[in-house]
Design a protein around this ligand. Structure first.
Ligand code: SF4
Ligand code: SF4
Length: 105
């Protein structure tokens, strides 16, 4: 079973940037209200634009039980993020969770 439903660390560690064409208003899927403009061609998930980072779409408690409130409509960087890779483990370590491959940061 995926570690993600009891984690969420990546959604509370990194800026989540994507092209404005992924916004619903531009024919994409991401609800506009959950994103902030970066430079007119790129936008960022609300909540990942300041520290402490936590995506506004994330529900629950990191490290315990979480869900993405827009899972079916999430942006491409969210879809491409790989459980178990370097960035995943780095995010988990940042939140005091054990890495999935035993790596130490
Ligand atoms: S940090 Fe890794 S394990 Fe945690 S939710 Fe993200 S992809 Fe899943
Ligand atoms: S949109 Fe969902 S998957 Fe993407 S960072 Fe936010 S909570 Fe995580």
């Amino acid at each position: 079973m995926s570690a993600c439903t009891s984690c969420g660390a990546c959604c509370a560690s990194f800026r989540v940037d994507f092209a404005i064409y992924e916004l619903q208003s531009m024919g994409g899927t991401v609800p506009d209200g959950l994103a902030v403009d970066v430079n007119g061609s790129t936008c960022r998930m609300r909540g990942t634009d300041h520290v402490p980072i936590r995506c506004a779409a994330l529900t629950g408690t990191v490290g315990q039980q979480v869900a993405c409130g827009i899972y079916e409509w999430r942006s491409s960087p969210c879809r491409e993020f790989q459980e178990g890779d370097y960035a995943c483990n780095k995010a988990r370590a940042r939140h005091g969770l054990p890495t999935l491959d035993g790596s130490v940061f």
